[in-house]
Design a protein around this ligand. Structure first.
Ligand SMILES: Cc1cc2nc3c(=O)[nH]c(=O)nc-3n(C[C@H](O)[C@H](O)[C@H](O)COP(=O)(O)OP(=O)(O)OC[C@H]3O[C@@H](n4cnc5c(N)ncnc54)[C@H](O)[C@@H]3O)c2cc1C
Length: 352
């Protein structure tokens, strides 16, 4: 039976999920295809939103706009889907040298960072359970978002509306017409690819300059820990809503597969043993490839030759904060003809 939809979305990771909800809210008809989240970065991510990052404590790109936008968006979806995803949680940063601590004091005194940092020397629930360095700093307005739960609840919502097929998208079945595109029995205005790192295999967008990074993580139990904040030590230790702790992660810019490795696991354990002074139990070891790009900015836009094909991808290491904002930017472009930020234009490398 032939059917007509406004848009086909390929991929129901964080990006495709947010795009699907945004288009439905605008009254558009959609159909989503997702291959069981196979290799999805969103199912492995901690969902950390952190305004001050890196060894030099720099403010994340556009974070003043991204955080309020993301918070509002996730809270709207909490209401729609009847579940809790967004948890404001401070980040405790441990310093291992006087130099690091001095840099922190110097950087975080600057007016553009002031609102994100707290003066503190309180380890709270971590007291006596972690190895301390020479000092600590605390970041506020940070958060943790339960990405796997958002995906699961959204998938159930789309299944209930019969607007998702859990199967691989077959590029061979795409037929382009005049201002329309056909995929199997569906006629649509556009196909929008939100495939994460698997977008590198896409016949129309796979040549974009992705520079992906595989990451491996451990999920652990720490009896009686009750950590309420996120800890940035040798690794991140993040309390998850289900009582487990997310520990990660590694960065491998050369890996050709997304499988967990013994080497990375041992590396994570070695570092974790330098963090915790209490026993823990490893529950799981996971890995995925981050959809990172050459300049760490997203890829949004239409295919230059086939404008019935579009991409929303490249959320990299910071999808939790970037995706709500840039999905909205893409929707405004698609439905209202607004310009896409040059820095997020999928074809900027050729455009510049
Ligand atoms: C170890 C690790 C830790 C991370 N931690 C954080 C963090 O703390 N904070 C943060 O902001 N970000 C983090 N990230 C990054 C974050 O995961 C990504 O930015 C974000 O999840 C990307 O979402 P996406 O939907 O674009 O891609 P994905 O999550 O990869 O989703 C793509 C979806 O498309 C589907 N798909 C792809 N191709 C096809 C096809 N041909 N047919 C059908 N379906 C298809 C896949 O199955 C998948 O479900 C982390 C990533 C990793 C790997």
């Amino acid at each position: 039976m032939k059917t007509e939809k406004d848009y086909i979305i390929v991929g129901q990771g964080l990006t495709g999920t947010l795009l699907a909800h945004a288009l439905l809210e605008k009254g558009k008809t959609i159909h989503v295809f997702d291959n069981h989240h196979k290799g999805a970065s969103s199912t492995v991510a901690a969902g950390i939103i952190n305004p001050v990052t890196g060894r030099r404590f720099v403010k994340s790109w556009k974070i003043d706009e991204l955080i309020p936008f993301a918070k509002k968006r996730y809270q709207e979806l909490e209401v729609l889907l009847g579940a809790k995803f967004y948890y404001p949680k401070n980040v405790l940063r441990v310093f291992f040298s006087a130099k690091d601590e001095n840099t922190w004091l110097e950087k975080t005194g600057a007016p553009h960072l002031e609102k994100y940092v707290l003066e503190t020397d309180d380890l709270g629930a971590f007291e006596g359970k972690i190895k301390t360095g020479v000092g600590i700093g605390e970041i506020q307005k940070s958060a943790q978002m339960d990405m796997p739960l958002l995906l699961k609840k959204s998938k159930a919502y789309f299944l209930n509306k019969k607007i998702i097929n859990v199967e691989p998208f077959d590029y061979q079945q795409v037929k382009m017409g005049d201002g329309v595109v056909f995929y199997k029995n569906i006629k649509a205005k556009k196909i929008i690819f939100c495939e994460g790192q698997q977008g590198r295999n896409n016949p129309w967008f796979g040549h974009l300059p992705f520079e992906v990074a595989k990451g491996e993580v451990l999920l652990i139990k720490i009896p009686d820990a009750n950590f309420d904040k996120m800890l940035k030590h040798k690794l991140f230790v993040v309390p998850l809503p289900d009582g487990l702790y997310w520990v990660g992660s590694t960065y491998d810019w050369n890996s050709t597969d997304d499988l967990p490795t013994e080497k990375a696991k041992l590396n994570l354990i070695e570092k974790l043993n330098k963090i915790l002074t209490v026993p823990y139990e490893i529950i799981d070891h996971q890995s995925a490839i981050r959809p990172t790009t050459f300049d760490r900015r997203p890829f949004l836009g239409l295919h230059p030759q086939y404008d019935c094909l579009a991409i929303v991808n490249g959320m990299g290491t910071k999808g939790t904060s970037l995706a709500p904002y840039f999905v909205q930017e893409f929707v405004d472009f698609l439905l209202e003809g607004k310009m896409i930020n040059k820095e997020a234009d999928a074809f900027r490398k050729q455009v510049y």
